[in-house]
Design a binder for this molecule. Structure first.
Ligand SMILES: C[S@@+](CC[C@H](N)C(=O)[O-])C[C@H]1O[C@@H](n2cnc3c(N)ncnc32)[C@H](O)[C@@H]1O
Length: 225
């Protein structure tokens, strides 16, 4: 079974305490909150293991599209949300990491871009019904989130999804039970089965936004009918 949160990066910083074994879901979420608060606001990590620029798939996917309402799930420190806000999108970002959200809000004020942020567990947050023109799931977690995206996008709305391919597990020596990422064709087939139009689907070897290492990635752009 895959872990529910994005365990593929970090670690990368050997000095940070490992995820606790046999933790309760609440303890694991608290660990995640502290971990991402730490790394997403740490200048050394940001400059070596993280692409602070907006995700390229997202940039390419919204080019030429009229701005609307966007939901950035597991937004992190706001690189994608702030890019969209700069294009005129009305963006809501949700994340559990309060300091990452504060970092995003500080940059939003500096840039003069409106940004709504909500500290919440994405798995219990109400994504709404038919209300978003765009949902961003960029290195968010280990779920496909098909039911939430299906319900929350308006017809014609777009999903932009990027994460690691499961090949990363072999490359990193992840043990059974610690595997992360999405298998070959997993995302395309589950979104196609849910009636989405697959606008783009690729599994390139690319430099991952989280780690800055070359890995096979999964990239999906899907449109709700
Ligand atoms: C790999 S980062 C991705 C950040 C952002 N999407 C990006 O591409 O820059 C994963 C993010 O998921 C957040 N996260 C982890 N578990 C979460 C949960 N259950 N609910 C909401 N956010 C969560 C972390 O706090 C972290 O900001």
């Amino acid at each position: 079974m895959k872990a529910r949160s994005n365990e593929s990066e970090p670690p990368g910083a050997a000095s940070y305490p490992p995820r606790p074994a046999n933790a309760t879901p609440a303890q694991l979420q608290e660990y995640e909150r502290e971990l991402w608060n730490h790394f997403l606001t740490d200048e050394t990590w940001r400059s070596t293991r993280f692409n602070a620029q907006p995700n390229t798939l997202l940039v390419e996917s919204v080019r030429g599209r009229p701005p609307g309402k966007a939901l950035d799930v597991n937004m992190g420190e706001g690189r994608n949300a702030l890019y969209l806000a700069g294009l005129g999108w009305a963006v809501t970002g949700i994340d559990i990491a309060d300091q990452a959200l504060a970092f995003a809000q500080q940059r939003a004020r500096q840039l003069g871009r409106p940004l709504t942020t909500i500290q919440h567990d994405a798995n219990t947050y109400d994504w709404g019904c038919g209300q978003w023109d765009l949902i961003v799931l960029c290195y968010a977690d280990e779920s496909t989130h098909v039911p939430q995206v299906q319900a929350a996008l308006r017809p014609g709305g777009l999903l932009v999804f990027e994460n690691f391919h499961t090949d990363v597990n072999q490359a990193r020596g992840n043990r059974p039970g610690q595997e992360v990422g999405f298998a070959t064709d997993e995302l395309r087939s589950c979104y196609a089965a849910a009636g989405f139009t697959i606008v783009r689907y690729e599994e390139p070897i690319g430099v991952a936004d989280f780690s800055r290492e070359a890995h096979r990635l999964v990239q999906l752009v899907a449109q709700k009918q």
